[in-house]
Design a protein around this ligand. Structure first.
Ligand code: ATP
Ligand code: MG
Length: 745
C-alpha cells in the first residue's frame, strides 16, 4: 500500500503493528485518517479483518471508516468497526443469557427512560417538585456510569431521607427495566462489562479473536468503556488509542480525561506518537483556537502548525439582539454563497445549546436557504413515531409493559386510567407481563363489551405480526401495524391539519424504514425488525448529518466533534451561555467549556465567524449579556478590522449580566429531525393501505406469486388460514393469509 501521502509520523503510526500505541495529537492533524490507514495496512499485511476491532464515536463515523478501508483493501467481512454502544449490543445479543436477559430484549431511549421514572415517581408517591424526573434520571445515569448499584449508592450516601428516595427509585427503575426485558443506554455498556468480567470463557473468546483493537476519540471514553477495552486488549496487548486531551468535552457525561493521560501507565511499553501538522484549518483559525485553549492548565502542552496560508482573519460581530445575530449569520451565508464558490453544505452554525437553533431556522427560512438541523426536537420523539416504535417493539418483545401502556389506548380503545390500573394489578398478581395477561380470553371478555372487542382486535394483530415476523419485511410489519391497529384511520377520522401532518410524519418514517432496508440489502445482510429498532434506539445526532445535502448544517458544538466545514459560525459567544453558568459551578467546568470552544473553532477550514448578542431571550427569559470570556482570551491580532472589537471589561464589573442556560436538557442527546423527503401524501397513504389490507386474494395450487420479502414462487398448498409457497431462493414457506405480502403474477 502506498502511504506516501501520509507524513512521516502518520506513517510511523499507521505501520506500527505490535504493542500498545498512543497517538496523541491536536485537532485536524489526521488522527482519524491515520487510524483508517492503519487498519488498511494491517489487512494488507495479512491480518484477518475478523481479528480487528475499531471503536468510533458515532455510527456515521464507523460507516465512513469502513467505507474508506474497503476502498483501500477491498471487502472486509467480519471486521468490527462500530461505537461502544453498538459493540456492547453485539456482545449482549450473543450472550444475553449471561446478563440475565431474554434474547429479544429491547433498548430504551432517553424518552422511555424518563417515562419509566415518571411512572415510578407516581407509584411511590414522590413529590415530583422536589425530585423531578430529569434530576433522578441524571443521578441514576451517573451511578451507572460509575458501575455503582443501588445498594452501593445508598451505602456510600449520607443515608438521609433524600438518599433513601433516590435509592428506592433507582432500585425500582432497575427492577422494571429487567421485568420489561429492556436495557437503557447505560445498561448496554454496564451489562457488556459484567458479562465479560464475570465470564472468563466469554472474555477469552473476544480476547483471542481481537488481535488488533483501536479506539478513536479516546479522550471521551468513560470509566466503563475504558474497562471494557482494557479487558479485551489484555489478550494480545495490541491496543491503539487515538485522541486529543484538548478535545475532551463529555466529562459531564462521565468521560474521564485521565484515560488518555494515564494510558502509558496502564500499558507500560506504549509507543507514543505525536502528530503536529494540521491539515484542516488556515493559519489564523489555528492560531485563534490555540490562543484560547492555551489558557487551560490541565493539558499536555502541544502546538500545531500548518503549511496552509494564514487565510482570512477571524470575524467577530456583536449584534444588538439574538434575532439580529441570526439575521446576520443568514445574511453572511447568502453573501458568501452568492459568489458561487461555496455550496450551502459548506456552512455550519455550531451553537452551545439546542435552544439557540430556532432563530437560525427562522432567519434561514426567510432567505430560502435550505438547512438541516441535527438537534432539537427529534424525529423519533414525535408522538406518532414513538407510538409506532412502541408497537414494533411489542412485536419483538411482549414483555415491554412500558410500550404496551403507551399504545393500549392509542388509538382510543376505551381503556382509561382505571381500567389500565386494574389490568396492571391483575398482571402483578399473576406475575405476568401486561401483554401476557391481555392475551388471555377470560381477561379480554371480562372487559366491557366495546372495550373487549377493541382489545381483542389489537391482540390479534400483535399476535399475527409476531408469528409472521420472519416472513415479513420491516416495512410490511409497519404497514400492518399502522393500518390494522386502527392508528391511521383514527388520524384520518380526526380530519384536522394536525392529524394530517402526523400522517405525513408517519409516512416520512416509512421512507426511513425503506432506507434501512435498502442499506441492508446493499450490504447483503438481512434487515430484521430487531436490528431496525436497535438502530432507532442508538442513532445519534451526527449519524444523520449528510455532508452532501446541499444544505447549511445547524448543530451543537458537541455533535460536531470529528467533523469539518469550510465555513463555521459560532453564535452566542456570551458569558452565561458559553461558557455556561452551570458549567461554572463545577470544578473543571470552565476548562471543559474552553475545550468545547477549541473543538468548535477547529472545525473550520477556511473561515470562522464568532458572534454574540447584547440582548438574548433564552428559555423565555430575556437579559443583557456580557461577551464571552473566551473572546477576551482570543488573540486580537487575528481579528478582522471590519468586524466589531471585543470589549475589555474593567476589573470592577460586579453586575452579573449572564444568561441562564436553563438545565442540562439543552445539551444535545437526541437524534435529529429528518429532513422531509417523501412522495406525495395521497400516493403514499394509499400504498400503505394496499400493502396492509389488500390481501384478500385467494390462491390456488400452481399460482405464480411474488412475495415482498422472498421474491418469486409457486403456490403448492392453501387452506383457510395459510398459503404454502415454494420460493425460488428462499425455499418452502407456510405463510399466514391476510398478512403475507403476496401477489399473483
Ligand atoms: P479531529 O481532532 O477533529 O478528530 P483528526 O486529527 O482526526 O481531527 P482528520 O479528520 O483525520 O483529523 O484529518 C483532518 C483533515 O486533514 C482531513 O480533511 C484529512 O483528509 C486531512 N489530512 C490528514 N492527513 C493528511 C495528510 N497527510 N495530507 C493531507 N491531508 C491530510
Ligand atoms: Mg478525528
Amino acid at each position: 500500500m502506498n502511504l506516501d501521502h501520509l507524513n512521516k509520523e502518520q506513517q510511523k503510526a499507521a505501520t506500527h503493528i505490535d504493542g500498545p500505541l498512543l497517538i496523541l495529537a491536536g485537532a485536524g492533524s489526521g488522527k482519524t485518517a491515520t487510524m483508517t490507514h492503519r487498519i488498511a495496512y494491517l489487512i494488507e499485511q495479512g491480518v484477518s479483518p475478523y481479528s480487528i476491532l475499531a471503536v468510533t464515536f458515532t455510527n456515521k463515523a464507523a460507516k465512513e471508516m469502513r467505507d474508506r478501508v474497503e476502498k483501500l483493501v477491498g471487502p472486509c467481512p467480519g471486521m468490527w468497526i462500530m461505537t461502544f454502544h453498538a459493540m456492547s449490543l453485539r456482545i449482549l445479543r450473543e450472550y444475553y443469557y449471561a446478563a440475565g436477559y431474554d434474547r429479544n430484549f429491547v433498548v430504551y431511549d432517553t424518552v422511555d427512560q424518563k417515562t419509566l421514572i415518571k411512572n415510578i415517581i407516581k407509584e411511590q408517591n414522590i413529590d415530583s417538585k422536589q425530585f423531578p424526573a430529569p434530576y433522578l434520571s441524571a443521578i441514576i445515569s451517573k451511578e451507572k456510569e460509575a458501575d455503582s448499584a443501588p445498594e452501593n449508592f445508598f451505602d456510600l450516601s449520607d443515608r438521609s431521607p433524600k438518599a433513601k428516595v433516590i435509592y428506592n427509585v433507582y432500585k425500582e427503575y432497575q427492577r422494571q427495566l429487567k421485568a420489561n426485558n429492556a436495557m437503557d443506554f447505560d445498561d448496554l455498556l454496564l451489562n457488556a462489562l459484567h458479562v465479560l468480567k464475570d465470564n472468563p470463557d466469554i472474555l477469552a473468546q473476544y480476547q483471542s479473536r481481537f488481535r488488533y483493537i483501536m479506539v478513536d476519540e479516546y479522550q471521551d471514553t468513560n470509566h466503563i468503556q475504558y474497562e471494557i477495552i482494557k479487558m479485551m486488549a489484555q489478550g494480545h496487548k495490541n491496543l491503539c488509542v487515538v485522541g486529543d486531551d484538548d478535545q475532551c468535552i463529555y466529562q459531564w457525561r462521565g468521560a474521564d480525561i485521565r484515560n488518555i493521560l494515564d494510558f502509558e501507565k496502564d500499558f507500560p511499553s506504549t509507543k507514543v506518537i505525536k502528530l503536529e501538522q494540521n491539515y484542516r484549518s488556515c493559519g489564523n483559525i489555528l492560531s485563534a483556537a490555540h490562543s484560547v485553549i492555551k489558557n487551560n492548565r490541565g493539558r499536555k502542552a502541544k502546538k500545531l502548525w500548518t503549511e496552509a496560508e494564514a487565510g482570512s482573519p477571524i470575524v467577530y460581530k456583536r449584534c444588538d439582539s439574538d434575532k439580529e445575530e441570526a439575521y446576520y449569520v443568514a445574511q453572511e451565508i447568502e453573501l458568501l454563497s452568492g459568489s458561487g464558490k461555496k455550496g450551502y453544505d459548506d456552512f455550519a452554525v455550531l451553537y452551545r445549546t439546542n435552544a439557540q437553533s430556532r432563530l437560525f431556522e427562522d432567519a434561514l427560512k426567510r432567505r430560502h436557504i435550505p438547512y438541516q438541523i441535527l438537534s432539537g426536537f427529534s424525529f423519533y420523539e414525535r408522538k406518532e413515531t414513538k407510538d409506532m416504535i412502541c408497537y414494533m417493539r411489542l412485536v419483538v418483545n411482549p414483555a415491554d409493559d412500558l410500550a404496551l401502556k403507551r399504545i393500549i389506548n392509542e388509538p382510543k380503545r376505551g381503556i382509561g386510567a382505571t381500567t389500565l390500573g386494574k389490568l396492571e394489578t391483575l398482571a402483578k398478581v399473576k406475575g405476568q407481563s401486561l401483554f401476557e395477561t391481555l392475551s388471555q380470553e377470560e381477561v379480554i371478555y371480562s372487559l366491557p363489551a366495546k372495550v373487549s372487542a377493541a382489545v381483542k382486535e389489537l391482540m390479534d394483530v400483535m399476535k399475527l405480526c409476531r408469528e409472521e415476523k420472519e416472513n415479513l419485511r420491516v416495512s410490511d410489519i409497519y404497514d400492518n401495524l399502522l393500518v390494522k391497529t386502527g392508528y391511521m384511520k383514527a388520524l384520518e377520522d380526526e380530519n384536522t391539519l394536525e392529524a394530517e401532518s402526523r400522517i405525513e410524519n408517519l409516512l416520512d418514517f416509512k421512507s426511513f424504514i425503506y432506507d434501512f432496508e435498502e442499506e441492508k440489502a446493499n450490504a447483503g445482510e438481512p434487515a430484521t425488525l430487531e436490528e431496525f429498532l436497535e438502530r432507532v434506539a442508538t442513532d445519534s445526532d451526527t449519524d444523520k448529518y449528510d455532508d452532501e445535502s446541499g444544505k447549511v448544517t445547524l448543530m451543537t458544538m458537541h455533535s460536531a466533534k470529528g467533523l469539518e466545514f469550510p465555513v463555521v459560525f459560532m453564535p452566542g459567544m456570551e458569558d452565561g451561555l458559553f461558557p455556561g453558568h452551570r458549567a461554572l459551578d463545577r470544578e473543571d467546568g470552565l476548562e471543559e467549556e474552553r475545550r468545547l470552544c477549541y473543538v468548535g473553532m477547529t472545525r473550520a477550514k477556511e473561515r470562522l465567524f464568532l458572534t454574540s448578542a447584547a440582548y438574548r431571550v433564552l428559555y423565555g427569559h430575556g437579559e443583557y449579556t456580557r461577551e464571552s470570556a473566551f473572546l477576551r482570551e482570543l488573540d486580537k491580532s487575528l481579528l478582522d478590522e471590519a468586524g466589531d472589537t471585543i470589549y475589555e471589561p474593567s476589573r470592577r464589573t460586579n453586575n452579573r449580566l449572564g444568561v441562564d442556560t436553563g438545565s442540562l436538557d439543552g445539551y444535545n442527546e437526541n437524534p435529529p429531525f429528518r429532513p422531509y423527503n417523501f412522495d406525495p401524501l395521497k400516493y403514499a397513504k394509499q400504498s400503505v393501505k394496499e400493502a396492509a389490507a389488500g390481501r384478500g386474494e385467494e390462491f390456488m395450487q400452481g399460482d405464480q406469486v411474488t412475495h415482498g420479502k422472498f421474491g418469486h414462487g409457486i403456490v403448492v398448498d392453501s387452506d383457510a388460514k395459510t398459503v404454502t409457497v415454494v420460493f425460488e431462493e428462499a425455499g418452502t414457506k407456510k405463510l399466514a393469509k391476510g398478512i403475507a405480502p403476496l401477489k399473483k403474477v
